[in-house]
Design a protein around this ligand. Structure first.
Ligand SMILES: [Zn+2]
Length: 447
Protein backbone atom coordinates (compact mmCIF):
# COMPACT_ATOMS: atom_id res chain seq x y z
CA UNK A 1 0.00 0.00 0.00
CA UNK A 2 1.29 3.45 -0.89
CA UNK A 3 2.43 5.11 2.40
CA UNK A 4 1.13 8.54 1.36
CA UNK A 5 -2.33 7.04 0.81
CA UNK A 6 -2.15 5.32 4.21
CA UNK A 7 -1.05 8.51 5.96
CA UNK A 8 -3.38 11.00 4.32
CA UNK A 9 -6.49 8.91 3.62
CA UNK A 10 -6.72 5.54 5.35
CA UNK A 11 -5.39 6.53 8.78
CA UNK A 12 -7.56 9.67 9.04
CA UNK A 13 -10.61 7.61 7.99
CA UNK A 14 -9.75 4.88 10.49
CA UNK A 15 -9.31 7.45 13.28
CA UNK A 16 -12.51 9.18 12.25
CA UNK A 17 -14.49 5.94 12.46
CA UNK A 18 -13.09 5.31 15.94
CA UNK A 19 -13.78 8.91 16.99
CA UNK A 20 -10.15 9.25 17.99
CA UNK A 21 -8.06 12.39 17.65
CA UNK A 22 -4.62 10.85 17.20
CA UNK A 23 -3.52 13.10 14.35
CA UNK A 24 -4.47 16.33 16.12
CA UNK A 25 -2.70 15.10 19.22
CA UNK A 26 0.38 14.27 17.19
CA UNK A 27 0.46 17.82 15.78
CA UNK A 28 0.42 19.22 19.32
CA UNK A 29 3.19 16.84 20.42
CA UNK A 30 5.31 17.89 17.47
CA UNK A 31 5.07 21.47 18.71
CA UNK A 32 5.53 20.93 22.44
CA UNK A 33 8.79 19.04 21.98
CA UNK A 34 10.34 22.37 20.93
CA UNK A 35 9.05 24.30 23.94
CA UNK A 36 11.12 25.39 26.92
CA UNK A 37 11.14 23.11 29.96
CA UNK A 38 9.21 25.71 31.89
CA UNK A 39 6.44 25.97 29.34
CA UNK A 40 6.19 22.18 29.17
CA UNK A 41 5.98 21.99 32.97
CA UNK A 42 3.11 24.50 32.91
CA UNK A 43 1.22 22.35 30.40
CA UNK A 44 1.81 19.27 32.54
CA UNK A 45 0.58 21.01 35.72
CA UNK A 46 -2.54 22.32 33.98
CA UNK A 47 -3.36 18.89 32.56
CA UNK A 48 -2.81 17.31 35.97
CA UNK A 49 -5.25 19.72 37.65
CA UNK A 50 -7.80 19.00 34.96
CA UNK A 51 -7.45 15.24 35.43
CA UNK A 52 -7.59 15.42 39.23
CA UNK A 53 -10.64 17.69 39.15
CA UNK A 54 -12.34 15.33 36.72
CA UNK A 55 -11.51 12.28 38.85
CA UNK A 56 -12.80 14.01 42.00
CA UNK A 57 -16.03 14.90 40.28
CA UNK A 58 -16.71 11.66 38.41
CA UNK A 59 -14.94 8.76 40.16
CA UNK A 60 -16.10 7.95 43.72
CA UNK A 61 -12.91 5.98 44.46
CA UNK A 62 -10.68 8.98 43.81
CA UNK A 63 -13.08 11.43 45.45
CA UNK A 64 -12.86 9.44 48.67
CA UNK A 65 -9.07 9.30 48.48
CA UNK A 66 -8.73 13.02 47.89
CA UNK A 67 -11.25 13.98 50.55
CA UNK A 68 -9.57 11.69 53.10
CA UNK A 69 -6.23 13.41 52.38
CA UNK A 70 -7.79 16.89 52.57
CA UNK A 71 -6.65 17.34 48.98
CA UNK A 72 -7.89 20.14 46.73
CA UNK A 73 -7.62 18.93 43.11
CA UNK A 74 -8.17 22.36 41.60
CA UNK A 75 -4.91 23.71 43.06
CA UNK A 76 -2.67 20.65 43.01
CA UNK A 77 0.63 20.49 41.14
CA UNK A 78 2.92 17.52 40.51
CA UNK A 79 4.56 18.04 43.94
CA UNK A 80 1.21 18.08 45.76
CA UNK A 81 0.34 14.78 44.14
CA UNK A 82 2.51 13.09 46.76
CA UNK A 83 -0.20 13.58 49.36
CA UNK A 84 -2.34 10.99 47.58
CA UNK A 85 -1.76 7.28 48.23
CA UNK A 86 -0.23 5.04 45.58
CA UNK A 87 -2.52 3.00 43.36
CA UNK A 88 -1.84 -0.76 43.26
CA UNK A 89 -3.16 -3.52 41.03
CA UNK A 90 -5.04 -4.81 44.10
CA UNK A 91 -6.78 -1.41 44.44
CA UNK A 92 -7.84 -1.62 40.80
CA UNK A 93 -9.20 -5.14 41.18
CA UNK A 94 -11.16 -4.20 44.29
CA UNK A 95 -12.55 -0.82 43.16
CA UNK A 96 -12.66 -0.75 39.38
CA UNK A 97 -16.39 0.00 39.26
CA UNK A 98 -15.86 3.17 41.32
CA UNK A 99 -12.79 4.29 39.39
CA UNK A 100 -14.37 4.84 35.98
CA UNK A 101 -16.33 7.61 34.32
CA UNK A 102 -18.79 5.82 32.07
CA UNK A 103 -19.91 9.04 30.38
CA UNK A 104 -16.49 9.69 28.82
CA UNK A 105 -16.76 10.56 25.06
CA UNK A 106 -16.41 7.40 22.94
CA UNK A 107 -17.13 5.17 25.94
CA UNK A 108 -14.96 2.78 27.90
CA UNK A 109 -13.02 -0.04 26.23
CA UNK A 110 -12.01 -3.09 28.28
CA UNK A 111 -8.49 -4.46 28.25
CA UNK A 112 -6.88 -7.43 29.91
CA UNK A 113 -3.21 -7.79 30.53
CA UNK A 114 -1.30 -10.77 31.81
CA UNK A 115 1.49 -8.49 32.96
CA UNK A 116 5.03 -9.73 33.04
CA UNK A 117 4.48 -11.12 36.52
CA UNK A 118 1.53 -13.15 35.30
CA UNK A 119 -0.91 -11.26 37.50
CA UNK A 120 -3.90 -10.60 35.29
CA UNK A 121 -5.39 -7.11 35.36
CA UNK A 122 -8.57 -5.86 33.77
CA UNK A 123 -8.90 -2.16 33.13
CA UNK A 124 -10.54 0.31 30.75
CA UNK A 125 -9.20 2.81 28.26
CA UNK A 126 -10.98 5.67 26.53
CA UNK A 127 -10.53 7.10 23.03
CA UNK A 128 -8.67 10.19 24.26
CA UNK A 129 -6.11 8.09 26.04
CA UNK A 130 -5.66 5.80 23.03
CA UNK A 131 -5.08 8.85 20.83
CA UNK A 132 -2.51 10.19 23.27
CA UNK A 133 -0.55 6.92 23.42
CA UNK A 134 -0.71 6.40 19.65
CA UNK A 135 0.43 9.93 18.96
CA UNK A 136 3.37 9.65 21.38
CA UNK A 137 4.40 6.46 19.62
CA UNK A 138 4.17 8.13 16.21
CA UNK A 139 6.25 11.07 17.42
CA UNK A 140 9.01 8.76 18.66
CA UNK A 141 9.12 7.16 15.18
CA UNK A 142 9.52 10.55 13.57
CA UNK A 143 12.61 11.18 15.70
CA UNK A 144 14.13 8.49 13.47
CA UNK A 145 12.73 9.82 10.20
CA UNK A 146 9.86 7.33 10.04
CA UNK A 147 6.47 8.71 9.13
CA UNK A 148 2.95 7.40 9.63
CA UNK A 149 1.94 4.78 7.09
CA UNK A 150 5.41 3.41 6.33
CA UNK A 151 5.79 -0.37 6.28
CA UNK A 152 6.17 -1.77 9.79
CA UNK A 153 7.02 -5.36 10.65
CA UNK A 154 5.93 -6.55 14.13
CA UNK A 155 7.55 -9.43 15.93
CA UNK A 156 5.18 -9.33 18.83
CA UNK A 157 3.06 -11.59 20.99
CA UNK A 158 0.40 -9.50 22.55
CA UNK A 159 -2.62 -11.73 23.12
CA UNK A 160 -4.90 -8.82 22.20
CA UNK A 161 -3.30 -8.43 18.78
CA UNK A 162 -3.27 -12.15 18.13
CA UNK A 163 -6.86 -12.77 19.18
CA UNK A 164 -8.22 -10.81 16.21
CA UNK A 165 -9.61 -13.05 13.53
CA UNK A 166 -6.91 -13.80 10.98
CA UNK A 167 -8.85 -12.35 8.07
CA UNK A 168 -9.79 -9.15 9.85
CA UNK A 169 -6.21 -8.79 10.97
CA UNK A 170 -4.89 -9.43 7.48
CA UNK A 171 -7.14 -6.73 6.04
CA UNK A 172 -6.31 -4.19 8.73
CA UNK A 173 -2.61 -4.96 8.35
CA UNK A 174 -2.74 -4.46 4.58
CA UNK A 175 -4.60 -1.18 4.97
CA UNK A 176 -2.17 0.18 7.54
CA UNK A 177 1.05 -1.28 6.14
CA UNK A 178 1.62 -3.63 9.10
CA UNK A 179 2.78 -7.23 9.19
CA UNK A 180 2.55 -9.16 12.43
CA UNK A 181 4.48 -12.33 13.15
CA UNK A 182 4.05 -14.02 16.53
CA UNK A 183 7.01 -13.79 18.88
CA UNK A 184 5.48 -16.59 20.93
CA UNK A 185 5.94 -19.17 18.20
CA UNK A 186 9.67 -19.34 17.58
CA UNK A 187 10.11 -22.86 16.19
CA UNK A 188 12.75 -23.30 13.46
CA UNK A 189 10.03 -23.54 10.79
CA UNK A 190 8.26 -20.42 12.10
CA UNK A 191 11.55 -18.51 12.19
CA UNK A 192 12.33 -19.48 8.58
CA UNK A 193 8.85 -18.25 7.63
CA UNK A 194 9.41 -15.00 9.56
CA UNK A 195 12.66 -14.35 7.70
CA UNK A 196 10.87 -15.02 4.38
CA UNK A 197 8.20 -12.54 5.42
CA UNK A 198 10.81 -9.86 6.22
CA UNK A 199 12.32 -10.32 2.77
CA UNK A 200 8.95 -10.18 0.98
CA UNK A 201 7.56 -7.27 2.99
CA UNK A 202 10.80 -5.22 3.02
CA UNK A 203 9.85 -3.16 6.13
CA UNK A 204 10.92 0.43 6.73
CA UNK A 205 10.83 -0.19 10.48
CA UNK A 206 10.59 -3.17 12.80
CA UNK A 207 8.92 -3.37 16.21
CA UNK A 208 9.84 -6.33 18.39
CA UNK A 209 10.55 -7.81 21.77
CA UNK A 210 14.34 -7.43 21.86
CA UNK A 211 15.00 -11.01 22.98
CA UNK A 212 12.73 -12.44 20.27
CA UNK A 213 14.33 -10.39 17.52
CA UNK A 214 17.84 -11.26 18.75
CA UNK A 215 16.86 -14.91 18.78
CA UNK A 216 15.55 -14.71 15.22
CA UNK A 217 18.75 -13.01 14.06
CA UNK A 218 20.99 -15.55 15.81
CA UNK A 219 18.95 -18.30 14.18
CA UNK A 220 19.49 -16.70 10.76
CA UNK A 221 23.21 -16.52 11.41
CA UNK A 222 23.35 -20.17 12.46
CA UNK A 223 21.56 -21.18 9.24
CA UNK A 224 23.87 -18.97 7.18
CA UNK A 225 20.91 -16.88 6.00
CA UNK A 226 21.44 -13.27 5.03
CA UNK A 227 18.91 -10.80 6.46
CA UNK A 228 17.34 -9.00 3.55
CA UNK A 229 15.63 -5.73 4.46
CA UNK A 230 17.03 -3.09 2.09
CA UNK A 231 14.46 -0.40 3.01
CA UNK A 232 14.93 -0.75 6.76
CA UNK A 233 15.71 2.56 8.51
CA UNK A 234 15.24 1.79 12.23
CA UNK A 235 14.40 -0.93 14.74
CA UNK A 236 12.23 -0.27 17.80
CA UNK A 237 12.03 -2.62 20.74
CA UNK A 238 9.88 -2.71 23.86
CA UNK A 239 8.21 -4.99 26.39
CA UNK A 240 11.20 -6.23 28.35
CA UNK A 241 14.61 -5.16 29.56
CA UNK A 242 16.83 -4.40 26.58
CA UNK A 243 20.16 -6.07 27.33
CA UNK A 244 23.48 -5.00 25.85
CA UNK A 245 23.85 -8.46 24.32
CA UNK A 246 20.53 -8.22 22.44
CA UNK A 247 21.36 -4.69 21.29
CA UNK A 248 24.70 -5.86 19.91
CA UNK A 249 23.07 -8.69 17.92
CA UNK A 250 20.40 -6.39 16.44
CA UNK A 251 22.80 -3.55 15.59
CA UNK A 252 25.23 -5.89 13.95
CA UNK A 253 22.58 -7.60 11.83
CA UNK A 254 20.88 -4.45 10.54
CA UNK A 255 23.33 -1.55 10.87
CA UNK A 256 20.47 0.92 11.47
CA UNK A 257 19.55 2.89 14.64
CA UNK A 258 17.93 0.76 17.36
CA UNK A 259 15.78 2.40 20.06
CA UNK A 260 13.94 1.11 23.09
CA UNK A 261 10.61 2.32 24.43
CA UNK A 262 9.07 1.87 27.84
CA UNK A 263 5.36 1.54 28.38
CA UNK A 264 2.62 -0.94 29.06
CA UNK A 265 -1.00 -1.50 28.16
CA UNK A 266 -2.22 -0.01 31.40
CA UNK A 267 0.50 2.63 31.78
CA UNK A 268 0.53 3.89 28.19
CA UNK A 269 3.47 5.25 26.21
CA UNK A 270 5.69 6.42 29.06
CA UNK A 271 9.18 7.01 27.65
CA UNK A 272 11.21 6.41 24.51
CA UNK A 273 14.84 6.63 23.50
CA UNK A 274 15.83 9.48 21.21
CA UNK A 275 18.60 9.08 18.62
CA UNK A 276 21.13 9.99 21.36
CA UNK A 277 19.96 7.09 23.51
CA UNK A 278 18.23 8.93 26.40
CA UNK A 279 14.78 7.79 27.47
CA UNK A 280 12.57 10.88 27.13
CA UNK A 281 9.53 10.83 29.41
CA UNK A 282 6.32 11.74 27.57
CA UNK A 283 5.83 14.68 29.92
CA UNK A 284 2.87 15.91 27.87
CA UNK A 285 0.83 12.87 28.92
CA UNK A 286 2.53 11.45 32.01
CA UNK A 287 3.74 12.44 35.44
CA UNK A 288 6.47 9.91 36.21
CA UNK A 289 7.79 9.52 39.76
CA UNK A 290 10.73 7.29 40.64
CA UNK A 291 10.34 6.25 44.26
CA UNK A 292 12.42 4.41 46.84
CA UNK A 293 11.00 1.95 49.38
CA UNK A 294 9.86 4.77 51.66
CA UNK A 295 7.97 6.48 48.85
CA UNK A 296 10.47 9.33 48.46
CA UNK A 297 11.90 10.52 45.13
CA UNK A 298 15.24 8.88 44.38
CA UNK A 299 18.30 11.00 43.69
CA UNK A 300 19.64 11.38 40.14
CA UNK A 301 21.41 8.19 39.17
CA UNK A 302 19.59 6.06 41.75
CA UNK A 303 17.17 3.22 41.08
CA UNK A 304 13.49 3.68 41.89
CA UNK A 305 10.10 2.17 41.13
CA UNK A 306 8.22 3.85 38.30
CA UNK A 307 4.96 5.35 39.56
CA UNK A 308 2.88 7.08 36.96
CA UNK A 309 -0.11 9.29 36.41
CA UNK A 310 -1.61 9.25 32.91
CA UNK A 311 -2.81 12.77 32.11
CA UNK A 312 -5.10 11.76 29.23
CA UNK A 313 -6.87 8.83 30.91
CA UNK A 314 -10.23 10.35 31.77
CA UNK A 315 -12.39 7.23 31.33
CA UNK A 316 -10.42 5.32 33.95
CA UNK A 317 -7.86 7.56 35.61
CA UNK A 318 -4.54 6.05 36.67
CA UNK A 319 -3.27 8.32 39.43
CA UNK A 320 0.04 7.39 41.10
CA UNK A 321 -0.05 3.88 39.66
CA UNK A 322 2.69 1.51 40.88
CA UNK A 323 4.07 -0.20 37.80
CA UNK A 324 6.46 -2.53 39.61
CA UNK A 325 9.12 -1.56 37.04
CA UNK A 326 12.46 -0.13 38.08
CA UNK A 327 14.38 2.69 36.41
CA UNK A 328 17.26 5.02 37.08
CA UNK A 329 16.67 8.74 37.15
CA UNK A 330 18.72 10.90 34.81
CA UNK A 331 20.52 13.93 36.18
CA UNK A 332 20.79 16.17 33.15
CA UNK A 333 18.70 16.85 30.15
CA UNK A 334 19.48 15.24 26.90
CA UNK A 335 21.98 16.95 24.59
CA UNK A 336 19.49 16.42 21.74
CA UNK A 337 17.69 19.49 23.11
CA UNK A 338 14.23 18.00 23.63
CA UNK A 339 12.92 19.41 26.90
CA UNK A 340 11.55 16.22 28.48
CA UNK A 341 12.74 14.66 31.73
CA UNK A 342 15.17 11.84 31.17
CA UNK A 343 15.50 8.31 32.52
CA UNK A 344 18.94 6.77 32.06
CA UNK A 345 17.92 3.11 32.08
CA UNK A 346 14.97 0.79 32.56
CA UNK A 347 16.10 -2.12 34.69
CA UNK A 348 13.24 -4.55 34.80
CA UNK A 349 10.64 -5.67 37.24
CA UNK A 350 10.82 -4.86 40.88
CA UNK A 351 10.25 -8.58 41.48
CA UNK A 352 13.37 -9.41 39.41
CA UNK A 353 15.57 -7.37 41.74
CA UNK A 354 17.54 -9.01 44.50
CA UNK A 355 18.58 -7.51 47.80
CA UNK A 356 22.07 -7.38 49.20
CA UNK A 357 22.85 -7.90 52.87
CA UNK A 358 24.03 -4.29 53.05
CA UNK A 359 20.48 -3.11 52.26
CA UNK A 360 20.93 -2.35 48.55
CA UNK A 361 19.19 -3.61 45.44
CA UNK A 362 21.04 -5.75 42.92
CA UNK A 363 19.95 -6.35 39.39
CA UNK A 364 19.01 -9.95 38.62
CA UNK A 365 21.73 -9.98 35.97
CA UNK A 366 24.37 -9.84 38.72
CA UNK A 367 23.59 -13.44 39.66
CA UNK A 368 22.62 -14.51 36.16
CA UNK A 369 26.19 -13.80 35.05
CA UNK A 370 27.59 -16.01 37.83
CA UNK A 371 25.49 -18.97 36.71
CA UNK A 372 25.80 -18.33 33.00
CA UNK A 373 29.57 -18.29 33.24
CA UNK A 374 29.75 -21.49 35.31
CA UNK A 375 30.39 -24.55 33.15
CA UNK A 376 28.00 -27.51 33.12
CA UNK A 377 24.72 -25.64 33.73
CA UNK A 378 21.81 -26.10 31.31
CA UNK A 379 19.13 -24.16 33.20
CA UNK A 380 18.77 -22.40 36.50
CA UNK A 381 16.45 -20.39 38.71
CA UNK A 382 17.42 -18.28 41.71
CA UNK A 383 14.76 -17.41 44.28
CA UNK A 384 15.49 -15.05 47.16
CA UNK A 385 13.55 -15.57 50.41
CA UNK A 386 12.39 -12.69 52.65
CA UNK A 387 15.38 -13.61 54.88
CA UNK A 388 17.54 -12.84 51.76
CA UNK A 389 18.85 -16.43 51.64
CA UNK A 390 18.99 -17.93 48.16
CA UNK A 391 17.37 -21.06 46.79
CA UNK A 392 19.09 -22.09 43.56
CA UNK A 393 17.71 -24.76 41.25
CA UNK A 394 20.10 -26.07 38.62
CA UNK A 395 19.52 -28.45 35.74
CA UNK A 396 23.06 -29.67 35.00
CA UNK A 397 24.58 -30.70 31.72
CA UNK A 398 26.08 -34.00 32.85
CA UNK A 399 27.24 -34.01 36.45
CA UNK A 400 28.24 -31.16 38.75
CA UNK A 401 31.07 -31.83 41.21
CA UNK A 402 30.94 -30.58 44.84
CA UNK A 403 33.80 -28.07 44.20
CA UNK A 404 31.82 -26.70 41.20
CA UNK A 405 28.73 -26.29 43.36
CA UNK A 406 30.77 -24.59 46.10
CA UNK A 407 32.27 -22.27 43.45
CA UNK A 408 28.79 -21.18 42.35
CA UNK A 409 27.70 -20.51 45.93
CA UNK A 410 30.85 -18.45 46.48
CA UNK A 411 30.18 -16.41 43.35
CA UNK A 412 26.61 -15.66 44.45
CA UNK A 413 27.73 -14.61 47.95
CA UNK A 414 30.27 -12.29 46.39
CA UNK A 415 27.43 -10.48 44.60
CA UNK A 416 24.90 -10.24 47.42
CA UNK A 417 26.71 -10.65 50.74
CA UNK A 418 29.10 -13.10 52.39
CA UNK A 419 26.71 -13.98 55.22
CA UNK A 420 23.99 -15.32 52.90
CA UNK A 421 22.93 -18.92 53.03
CA UNK A 422 22.90 -20.37 49.49
CA UNK A 423 21.02 -23.63 49.01
CA UNK A 424 21.76 -25.29 45.67
CA UNK A 425 19.47 -28.05 44.44
CA UNK A 426 20.22 -30.12 41.37
CA UNK A 427 16.91 -30.91 39.62
CA UNK A 428 15.74 -32.56 36.38
CA UNK A 429 13.60 -29.68 35.21
CA UNK A 430 12.40 -26.26 36.34
CA UNK A 431 8.69 -25.64 35.84
CA UNK A 432 7.66 -22.26 34.34
CA UNK A 433 5.78 -19.57 36.27
CA UNK A 434 1.97 -19.60 36.19
CA UNK A 435 2.25 -17.02 33.36
CA UNK A 436 4.19 -19.54 31.27
CA UNK A 437 7.41 -17.50 31.41
CA UNK A 438 10.71 -18.87 32.60
CA UNK A 439 12.19 -16.41 35.05
CA UNK A 440 15.81 -16.91 35.98
CA UNK A 441 15.59 -14.71 39.04
CA UNK A 442 12.77 -14.16 41.50
CA UNK A 443 13.32 -11.48 44.10
CA UNK A 444 11.93 -11.39 47.64
CA UNK A 445 8.34 -10.17 48.10
CA UNK A 446 8.06 -6.40 47.62
CA UNK A 447 7.36 -4.62 50.93
ZN1 LIG B 1 17.45 13.13 23.55
Amino acid sequence: MNPTLVKHVLLPVHEGILGRGTLGYLRRLEESQHWSRRRLARLQAAKLRRLLTHAHRNCPFYRERMDAAGFDPTHAGPAGLKRLPLLTKADIRAHIADMCDRSVPGGLHPFNTGGSTGEPLQFFTCRGRQASDQAARARSRRWFGIDLGQREFYLWGSPVELSLQDRARGLRDRLTNHRLVSAFNMTPAAMQAALDEVRRFDPVHIFAYPSSLARLLCFARECGRRIEAPSLRAVFVSGEVFTRADRAVIEEAFAVPVADGYGSREGGFVAHQCPMGSYHVTVESHVVELLDDKGDDVHPGALGEIVLTHLDAFGMPFIRYRTGDMARRGAEHCPCGRPHDVITSIEGRRTDMLRTTSGGLAHGLSVIYVLRDAPGIAEFKVTQAPSLDLDVQIVPRGKLSPPQIEGIARGLRRQLGESLEVRIRVVDRIPPDPSGKHRHVVGPPVP
